[in-house]
Design a protein around this ligand. Structure first.
Ligand SMILES: Cc1cc2nc3c(=O)[nH]c(=O)nc-3n(C[C@H](O)[C@H](O)[C@H](O)COP(=O)(O)O)c2cc1C
Length: 404
């Protein structure tokens, strides 16, 4: 996929750098176009370094007579070469110019020449966002088929609180991929995914948990949604934005995760258990905060329910994918888990390898299939790994059906 990222001159322009990176991590090429005002907030060099491409900042700079004669007018070439135009932050000024059809610089001229999908992420002061002129312009752009991501509410850089913040760049990137994804091969599927750690309470303020960030499960949810699936994401406590177009069910403990999964699994055609569920829970959590004393204390633990095994018993013809975080014997442990839990695929990863897996942006996994196949995937961003897992899951299901 090829994306043009248009950056307007708003305070949130710095977040566009993170958006460029998030789009690239999701497998898109990114061409950045900046307005003159955007250059007041962030330098083109930042985007050039992140995207490995020249940043376009002017309508005329690269349109020399020779280039125009050889018919490579840059705004037309960029319009034709890219699938999606995302503008973030879309300033009140850009929103007005797009609505009016003005073509006064590269970005506004490109907007008119662009025939692919257009996604706008407006960000501005609340009064500017609420102004009737902006509302009318936004309504006009929506009616034209542009997708407008509503700004978040919260404390704004100008010191006021209200609607106007640029949404999290990861969420914008997911929305771009979802709205513009050329492949809809999970259309008609419902994917139930678990993600993140669980927290087992010791008392009202303390808990036992683990280092899972939830990123792999959230990447799977975003990938499934972008390929057309309805997605239910049962999530333990994480610090991640909700993926675009995904229903998120928030839980805390292993027992709550079990209850949510069992009640939602019947909707699923594919079930993926990527959460790092606690193996033990506290036998008698204290209803009051435990006071510190000089005495040694111990916490008694009980084993938690085995959610994967329970889902495996009742899965029917649903495709069940489990995760195995191991520190040794990756494939053997993956096979053992697959057989004992009745999985169709186990995604095994060596969490002992530096920079991989838990709490990391990248992952390197081995897929252990019920057909006997073992497929090592190269190290890649979790979003790219997520897409590869779905590619292999669909192939696996075909193979299982043709055997039956
Ligand atoms: C410090 C500062 C912050 C600004 N922040 C925003 C903003 O968040 N959103 C917005 O729509 N305009 C903002 N503006 C106004 C725009 O920079 C101005 O309208 C400019 O003409 C936009 O140009 P562009 O749309 O071509 O990028 C800000 C201006 C200044 C001086």
């Amino acid at each position: 996929m090829r994306t043009v990222l248009g950056v307007g001159g708003g305070i949130a322009a710095y977040k566009a750098a993170e958006l460029a990176r998030a789009l690239m991590e999701r497998g898109s090429e990114v061409q950045v176009v900046m307005t003159a005002a955007a250059e007041e907030f962030i330098r083109p060099l930042t985007f050039a370094s992140l995207t490995n491409r020249k940043v376009i900042t002017s309508l005329f700079a690269s349109s020399s007579a020779d280039e125009v004669l050889s018919s490579s007018v840059e705004h037309i070439r960029v319009a034709q070469d890219n699938h999606v135009l995302v503008v973030a932050p879309a300033t009140a000024d850009l929103v007005a110019k797009f609505a009016q059809g003005l073509a006064t610089d590269f970005l506004t001229t490109l907007y008119l020449a662009f025939t692919g999908k257009v996604i706008l992420a407006p960000a501005m002061n609340t009064a500017m966002w609420d102004h009737p002129a902006t509302r009318e312009n936004i309504a006009k752009l929506k009616a034209r088929g542009n997708f407008v991501l509503p700004p978040d509410e919260g404390l704004l850089a100008c010191g006021t609180t209200g609607a106007g913040r640029l949404p999290d760049p990861v969420m914008i990137a997911d929305a771009v991929i979802t709205l513009a994804h050329p492949r809809k091969d999970l259309d008609g599927e419902t994917v139930v995914i678990t993600a993140g750690p669980t927290q087992e309470a010791i008392d009202p303020v303390r808990f036992i948990s683990n280092r899972s960030s939830g990123r792999m499960g959230y990447a799977l949810a975003a990938a499934a949604a972008s390929r057309g699936a309805r997605v239910v994401l049962v999530s333990g406590p994480v610090n991640l934005p909700e993926p675009f177009g995904v229903e998120v069910v928030k839980v805390r403990s292993a027992q709550q995760m079990r209850d949510a999964v069992i009640s939602r699994m019947k909707e699923g055609t594919i079930i993926i258990k990527s959460a790092a569920v606690a193996d033990y829970t506290v036998s008698n959590p204290s209803p009051q905060k435990i006071k510190k004393t000089a005495a040694r204390m111990s916490v008694e633990l009980d084993p938690t329910v085995d959610i994967l095994a329970e889902v495996g018993r009742y899965k029917g013809d649903r495709l069940l994918i489990g995760f195995a975080a191991e520190t040794q014997n990756l494939v053997a442990e993956g096979r053992r888990k697959m057989e004992t839990k009745n999985c169709d695929m186990v995604v095994a990863n060596l969490v002992s390898k530096e920079g991989i897996g838990f709490d990391s942006e990248v992952n390197e996994v081995t897929l252990v299939m019920s057909t006997g196949e073992v497929i090592p995937l190269p190290e890649a961003s979790k979003r790219v790994v997520a897409d590869q897992i779905f590619d292999h899951a669909l192939k696996l299901r075909l193979a299982l059906h043709s055997r039956a």
